[in-house]
Design a protein around this ligand. Structure first.
Ligand SMILES: [Fe+2]
Ligand SMILES: [Fe+2]
Length: 311
């Protein structure tokens, strides 16, 4: 059971990741274990009374049997056992995109089919998908702040490619190049992040090089064999290199061609829209605004949910 669905008195019987734990002394002098349990998204405190063992290592997985007490916002634990790998699904603690990956993948292929007419760019995209499609479907869109779940890269890429296609038509930029750039803009995140453990992590090459450089280095290899036109190749790589918009936001170069301006704008728009909707969904009763550190502003959340904005 997910921690966010806990209600008073509910029976808790599930696997959790230990965030931290400490053996303390109760008022009667008996030792007890105080523990922070995570389901990959939320964390809840737990207590195991009359505990004579030592504290549990952080990032261990435990099987907990207990009862949730709303008054103390804590789980009273009756039994606590260390879990072995293989006892629980490998991706149990990684948050997942609420949308179906299979239908998102079809949406992305439809965008490619509909807007990328240029045969060289289409060939490049098909080659990239053939080699890295499985990772592309699985990768998170970020470690935090937006699309930080399995399938998040795919969800974010579809939104960026979809709005970039519309902007390309409005501003009469090269539609094939704009949409191909949008589809590939964050490809490097496949190598920037690791997601085979209990949480999403930055890989060593991600920390040292970042997804823009990683994307450029991989795409330039595939582009050599699929795109003969050197200018087209350079423009595509420029879209990837400039998609963060400003050098201070991590762009290698700031957008110098219409297609790059569009992809950078669509990228920024999607990340901001995600944060706005997430803040509204997260809003607690009575909350009027929520401070967003990355957007450096308050978001208006007063009794609004995503549905209020639909249609
Ligand atoms: Fe990016
Ligand atoms: Fe992006």
């Amino acid at each position: 059971m997910k921690i966010k669905n806990f209600s008073d008195g509910v029976k808790v019987e599930a696997f959790y990741v230990v965030k931290r734990s400490e053996v303390k002394k109760a008022s009667n002098g008996n030792p007890y274990l105080e523990i922070q349990l995570s389901d990959g998204i939320d964390v809840v405190k737990g207590r195991r009374f009359d505990y004579s063992d030592k504290a549990i290592e952080p990032n261990s997985v435990v099987k907990v049997l207990g009862k949730y007490d709303q008054k103390f916002n804590s789980v009273q634990i009756y039994s606590l056992n260390m879990a072995e790998k293989g006892e629980y699904p490998a991706d149990l603690f990684l948050p997942k995109c609420p949308k179906d990956v299979g239908s998102m993948w079809e949406d992305l292929l439809n965008i490619l089919e509909q807007y990328v007419d240029d045969n060289e760019l289409k060939g490049l995209l098909m080659l990239v998908f053939e080699k890295h499609g499985d990772d592309f479907k699985e990768a998170p869109g970020a470690l935090a702040h937006h699309h930080a779940y399995l399938g998040g890269l795919l969800e974010h890429t579809i939104a960026v490619a979809d709005s970039a296609s519309k902007l390309a038509i409005t501003y009469k930029s090269d539609l094939s190049l704009t949409v191909a750039g949008a589809i590939l803009h964050d490809l490097g995140k496949i190598w920037e992040y690791k997601w085979d453990g209990l949480q999403f992590e930055m890989s060593d090459q991600g920390a040292l090089l970042g997804h823009i450089s990683l994307g450029i280095s991989v795409i330039s290899i595939y582009a050599k064999s699929t795109i003969k036109d050197e200018e087209k190749r350079n423009k595509l790589l420029h879209i990837i290199g400039s998609h963060h918009g400003l050098v201070e936001w991590g762009a290698i170069k700031e957008p110098m061609i219409p297609e790059a301006v569009i992809v950078a704008a669509a990228d920024n728009l999607d990340a901001n829209m995600f944060k706005i909707y997430a803040a509204q969904e997260d809003a607690q009763p009575g909350e009027v605004t929520k401070w967003d550190r990355t957007m450096k502003r308050h978001i208006w959340v007063k009794e609004k949910t995503k549905d209020d904005y639909a249609g």
